[in-house]
Design a protein around this ligand. Structure first.
Ligand SMILES: [Zn+2]
Length: 476
């Protein structure tokens, strides 16, 4: 006897989309069969999924919960909303796994930083979660060895910045020699480097230039965090990795055609490199900064131009871009509007809730893409690249029963007031062709018909290990 059978939906399986029944036992998918075939086994509950699209739970590879937001003229930063709120929003929108960051700072070594983050999240997250380790500033010479141990313990990815981002945030950038040492350690330990790549010299030069010229409004952000910076920095990191046997890269929030081209060229050479973009970069450009409250569309590096959006969309069609993340910063609108300048406007956006349905609408409905392409971008590819597959990202026997039913009859227009995230949404007014009627996390119905059924103790920490083929060649 199965616990749950999901019957009659169009399921996006690793082998392609098909009408099947999916049987759940405990936390796992236990059986997949032809429509009606699982009825004979019997089930505690049978869910009629006819007319709906059944997908593996979304994986958002890049969120920031309870994260300090520097505020102009304020000595203490604001904190963004915590995993309790963000994970509820994620589940309502069909995402069952979120990956955040464990920051190694002056007071904590790698192990302590991970343990601190574990304590903060335990019992406070409705969905499953993991952490990229983030190192910044001048690295202690012991850091590469510490990271080797962290990778072995299931923290398979390490984030580094090649820039301080703004003149006031000194201490983010990791020196290139230190990045070299970390890449060597990750290559040996089986980890993947997640890089925020911008050319610091170009970015800081543009801050000086625009400040001198009195053009400090945030609407000029694309001139500062510009396409040339992405070109130079992506290619520099790629050349570095190419000189380290076994090195693999995950390029965070790719925003420009230059970045897409750099990744594509490296992949053509066989380099194991993967591209993440953000839904902001796909759907907005620097013209949107000029709208009322234009800061709500901003995240670092910056919104770019129409030709960059076109290149990013091309990249998501089995090209250089494998994942669409949110860079989630969940906070009230008044926080998001506090900065107005190129050097104090906060990055990150609310968006974890509509992400899955938005990307469905933009790929399957508007661009006629396959369901497999859509599911790859919002779930499967991130699970593979970041070491969660096939536990996550797959509707397959033995995988976690993280299952979302997307209902085309729930077509609607985004209203922040209807969602569970911030008091604003950069996606306000957008048409969504589908919306989840149900989100299941490891066999437990967490959201049904828009009502939350789970608890903050339901989310589990996920240890991750990246498969060898992902690290050997562009395997996704
Ligand atoms: Zn981020």
């Amino acid at each position: 006897m199965l616990d749950i059978v999901i019957s009659g939906g169009l399921a996006v399986l690793p082998t392609g989309a098909a009408h099947v029944d999916i049987g759940i036992e405990g936390e796992k998918i236990a059986a997949i069969g032809a429509p009606g075939s699982l009825a004979a086994i019997g089930a505690g509950r049978t869910i009629d999924a006819q007319g709906q699209i059944v997908i593996p739970g979304g994986v958002d590879p890049h969120v920031h919960c309870r994260w300090p937001m520097p505020v102009p003229g304020q000595s203490q930063p604001n904190l963004t909303d915590g995993p309790d709120r963000v994970s509820q929003a994620a589940l309502h929108g069909g995402t069952t796994t979120i990956l955040d960051f464990a920051l190694v700072d002056a007071d904590n070594n790698v192990q302590q930083a991970i343990e601190r983050r574990q304590r903060e999240w335990a019992g406070d997250c409705y969905c499953d979660y993991g952490f990229h380790v983030m190192v910044q500033g001048k690295l202690d010479p012991s850091i590469p060895d510490q990271l080797r141990e962290a990778v072995a313990a299931g923290h398979a990815t390490v984030k580094m910045f090649t820039t301080d981002i703004t003149p006031s945030r000194r201490g983010r950038m990791v020196q290139f020699g230190d990045i070299w040492e970390v890449l060597k350690a990750l290559a040996q330990a089986g980890g993947v480097a997640a890089i925020h790549a911008e050319d610091n010299d170009i970015v800081m030069h543009m801050y000086e230039k625009l400040t001198r010229e009195g053009r400090t409004g945030f609407e000029n952000m694309a001139e500062v965090h510009n396409t040339l910076s992405e070109d130079l920095s992506f290619n520099r990191v790629i050349r570095l990795a190419a000189n380290i046997e076994g090195s693999s890269l995950y390029m965070l929030h790719t925003s420009a055609a230059t970045g897409v081209r750099a990744i594509a060229a490296a992949r053509a050479q066989g380099t194991p490199i993967y591209g993440e973009t953000l839904h902001q970069y796909l759907m907005y450009n620097s013209e949107d900064y000029k709208k009322p409250n234009g800061q709500i569309y901003h995240t670092y590096p910056s919104l770019k131009f129409a030709e960059d959006q076109a290149a990013l969309w091309d990249g998501t069609d089995y090209g250089a871009i494998q994942t669409v993340a949110t860079d989630e910063i969940c906070c009230p609108l008044r926080y998001k509007l506090q900065g107005r300048r190129i050097d104090d406007t906060t990055g990150g956006n609310a968006g974890v809730e509509p992400r899955v349905s938005l990307i469905y609408t933009e790929t399957v409905e508007k661009r006629g893409r396959s369901l497999e392409n859509f599911v790859g971008l919002i779930s499967t590819n991130a699970a593979k690249i970041l070491g969660l597959y096939p536990r996550k990202g797959a509707l397959a026997v033995g995988s976690d029963a993280d299952i979302v039913l997307l209902d085309p009859r729930r077509r609607h227009t985004v209203r922040a007031a209807d969602m569970h995230e911030a008091d604003y949404s950069p996606w306000e007014g957008r048409d969504l062709a589908v919306w989840p009627s149900m989100t299941i996390l490891r066999g437990k119905v967490m959201v049904e018909g828009g009502r939350l059924a789970g608890a903050a103790s339901d989310g589990k920490f996920l240890a991750r290990k990246v498969a060898d083929d992902i690290r050997a060649r562009p395997a996704v």
